[in-house]
Design a protein around this ligand. Structure first.
Ligand code: 3PG
Length: 203
């Protein structure tokens, strides 16, 4: 939870070409959003993480970590946190062994309980929009007062504020400011709007 302090919005990045990583990282830092979750969905992802990890102003993590070995590979590439779309005990245990903060995904009360049982206090809420959106997070938070949520999936500049208005929401994740293969100038402009979204929600 400490790692995400000051990072109310986490750009979820899908990179097909690792040579874009350095520029993308600079665009995020320049736009006041110095954090990236690089998803392990493309062959370029680990190289992109390694490139971004060299930017000292950027906090880079790995997303779509589905297996323990992917967590190890991400840590070796320089990822400083891991995000998993679901709750995998094996992935969580490997991340703990690596000293890598991990944010596994949940979308039901049963899954939140399972997360608590393995000692987690912050979880990703995924896929946020189709799992009931901000009202669903509020309903879960009413029951699980100590859990902090990072909703991701279907979040846009238009609805991010609904989630960020909830005290139980640590941050939101989304790809809306980093469209896959968009020109860096376009990304720079979209990233510029992220601070406004966060500020409007008092973050
Ligand atoms: C994720 O990996 O968390 C999601 O794919 C991001 O969702 P979005 O593309 O709808 O923002």
């Amino acid at each position: 939870m400490k790692l995400l302090e000051g990072h109310p919005v986490i750009p979820v990045v899908v990179l097909d070409d690792a040579t874009r990583a350095a520029d993308l990282g600079r665009a995020l830092v320049g736009g006041g959003v110095p954090i990236a979750e690089v998803t392990l969905r493309t062959p370029a992802a680990l190289d992109a993480i390694a490139t971004m990890a060299r930017n000292r102003d950027l906090l880079v993590g790995a997303g779509t970590v589905l297996t323990p070995d992917q967590a190890t590979a991400a840590a070796q590439a320089g990822a400083r946190f891991a995000v998993c779309p679901g709750l995998s005990r094996a992935v969580v245990e490997r991340c703990r062994m690596l000293g890598l903060p991990v944010l596994p995904g949940v979308s039901t009360a049963t899954e939140v309980l399972a997360a608590l049982e393995i000692g987690l206090e912050a979880v990703k809420f995924f896929p946020a929009a189709t799992s009931g959106g901000a009202p669903a997070v509020a309903a879960l938070a009413a029951v699980f007062a100590d859990v902090r949520f990072v909703p991701t999936g279907g979040i846009t500049a238009a609805n991010a504020g609904d989630y960020l208005a909830l005290p139980s929401v640590l941050a939101v994740g989304g790809s809306w400011m980093v469209p896959r293969s968009a020109p860096i100038d376009e990304i720079r402009e979209l990233v510029g709007g992220v601070r406004d979204v966060a500020a409007a929600a008092g973050r």
